[in-house]
Design a protein around this ligand. Structure first.
Ligand SMILES: [Zn+2]
Length: 146
């Protein structure tokens, strides 16, 4: 859809992508370790994706979650699929810390602290490398299974 911002190539850095999904690093909300998993197909609800794409989606969510824990050591991971503003299937996977600006509320609430958070270059390249290698490994295992 031409008026859908997620149908366009994002301005934010893409850490990984294939023909069904892309993983984008969200850097505009003053939060460390915040990724978005975006379906490339324009559908508004998860049930509208094919079963195999849904399966891939949950597998990617799982891989993203593991890597955020390993690299950012958050106190909690938040995973949200809202899409009220942008009705195009995507997930927010967010590392949360007890000292972040919103904890214990969601990151869309009014900030209650005023700390600065920034991903280091090392964290970003580590994340990119680990995501790519874990997804490649999963793809190899699935090819082996079938
Ligand atoms: Zn779209």
């Amino acid at each position: 859809m031409s008026d859908c911002s997620l149908c366009k190539v994002p301005i934010l850095p893409i850490l990984w992508s294939d023909h069904n999904f892309r993983i984008v690093l969200v850097t505009d909300q003053n939060i460390k370790g915040y990724l978005r998993l975006e379906a490339l197909e324009h559908v508004s609800e998860i049930y509208q994706l094919s079963a195999s794409i849904r399966q891939q989606m949950f597998s990617l969510l799982n891989i993203i979650e593991i890597n955020l824990v390993n690299i950012f050591h958050p106190d909690k991971i938040n995973i949200a699929s809202l899409g009220n503003m942008t009705p195009h299937v995507h997930w927010h996977i967010i590392s949360r810390y007890k000292h972040d600006n919103y904890f214990p509320e969601s990151i869309w609430s009014t900030p209650i602290r005023n700390n600065l958070f920034e991903n280091t270059q090392e964290e970003i390249s580590n994340l990119k490398h680990q995501l790519t290698s874990m997804i490649k490994q999963r793809d190899a295992e699935q090819a082996f299974d079938s």
